[in-house]
Design a binder for this molecule. Structure first.
Ligand code: HEC
Ligand code: HEC
Ligand code: HEC
Length: 284
């Protein structure tokens, strides 16, 4: 069977190196109902915790030589693993129910070596699915979309989409630099005021997603990316402008600080999910 040679290799490779053709697709539709209540632990995660607990207990009891208990946990694991496999039909094949059965039998027979072998095989099913699907699930269900957020632009006094607001923010930051480089310090000063207004306005965006924010008091997420350190940096630039001999080095240093500590760092945290969601198109 000469043709099988090529064919078999073709089938074999993706299962070995599933990272090589890694594709980030939206999770299967049937997860929607398991994640229907935002802010609440999803039914899927509850089931995962159950599987995990049952699985770990087997080894804890085996170590303690409590065989009866270990077998009970193995049975509970078999049941919770099977239940999970039925919750999302699209993922059924990612579970190995046959090995789960053999695992149970092996625990019952107290076959330590075989049990360890089968456990490793089962763990692979966990890891393989996590590596392939966690990011999709997190992006879909744990990250609110920026696309439903409206922000009030304090400069033009208009409601803007999140994306539009970002572009305005970027424009006003750039203006500070352009005027400074033209040595038009009065205009640069004004641009700082405009940027500051938009920058402070961005703080109202945080609580649209960080909804439990008000319950914290000492530290808040707003200490990051939109904190007083950025406002201070702008003040330093203004002081330098007011001195009559603006310090270009200080200007660059402070502007660099803002671009890194506010814009860039926040983008590194928040933008990947927004980009993936955009690529998926609108998901209601
Ligand atoms: C078919 C896919 C799939 C399989 C198989 C799978 N999981 Fe998961 N598991 C997931 C997904 C997706 C998440 C992320 C859920 C989330 O964060 O909303 C997850 C999350 C978890 C979590 C974290 C729960 C939490 O508190 O956030 C644990 C623990 C876990 N799985 C254990 C296991 C174990 C143990 C196995 C194997 C015995 C297993 N999973 C098999 C898909 C799978
Ligand atoms: C579109 C929704 C969204 C917006 C808007 C948003 N965040 Fe987040 N942010 C998240 C999510 C989701 C996480 C992941 C961790 C979590 O759920 O808290 C996160 C994580 C973070 C983290 C790191 C972990 C943590 O929770 O402390 C910080 C800091 C943070 N955001 C700050 C901010 C600040 C400051 C703003 C406003 C300027 C903001 N975020 C606006 C959704 C958002
Ligand atoms: C709350 C965290 C946060 C802060 C702080 C932040 N951004 Fe953003 N920015 C985002 C997110 C999230 C997106 C993606 C929005 C989307 O795609 O819906 C974005 C998108 C953008 C875009 C559009 C990117 C593109 O490729 O089209 C620009 C431009 C931008 N930001 C500029 C800035 C500038 C300049 C600053 C600093 C003064 C800044 N942002 C501060 C979160 C932030």
């Amino acid at each position: 069977m000469f043709s099988c040679l090529a064919g078999c290799i073709f089938i074999f490779i993706p299962s070995l190196s599933y990272s090589a053709d890694f594709l980030l697709q939206p999770p299967p539709k049937s997860l929607d109902k398991l994640y229907s209540e935002r802010g609440k632990t999803s039914k899927w995660v509850e089931q995962m915790r159950q599987i995990n607990k049952n699985f770990q207990e087997v080894f804890i009891y085996l170590d303690a030589e409590k065989r009866e208990k270990a077998l009970e946990s193995a049975k509970a694991f078999g049941a919770s693993y099977q239940k999970a496999s039925e919750m999302v039909p699209e993922w059924k094949d990612l579970f190995d129910l046959e090995t789960a059965k053999l695992f149970n039998a092996s625990v019952a027979k107290n076959n330590t070596e075989k049990t360890a072998q089968l456990a490793t095989k089962l763990e692979k099913t966990c890891t393989q699915c996590h590596q392939k699907h966690n990011i999709s699930v997190w992006t879909r269900y744990h990250w609110p979309s920026t696309q439903t957020i409206k922000l009030f632009d304090p400069v033009n006094e208009k409601e803007l989409s999140y994306d539009q607001y970002m572009h305005q923010l970027a424009n006003s930051l750039e203006s500070i630099k352009i005027y400074f480089n033209q040595e038009n310090y009065t205009a640069s000063w004004k641009a700082i005021d405009i940027f500051s207004k938009r920058f402070k306005g961005l703080r109202s965006a945080c609580s649209k997603c960080h909804v439990t924010e008000w319950t914290k008091n000492s530290t808040t997420v707003k200490d990051f990316f939109v904190g007083e350190d950025i406002v201070d940096a702008l003040q330093e630039i203004k002081k330098s402008l007011a001195s009559g001999v603006p310090d270009a080095k200080l200007f660059q240093k402070k502007m660099g600080y803002i671009a890194k500590q506010s814009c860039k760092t926040c983008h590194l945290v928040h933008q990947p999910s927004a980009i993936i969601q955009r690529a998926w198109g609108h998901i209601p």
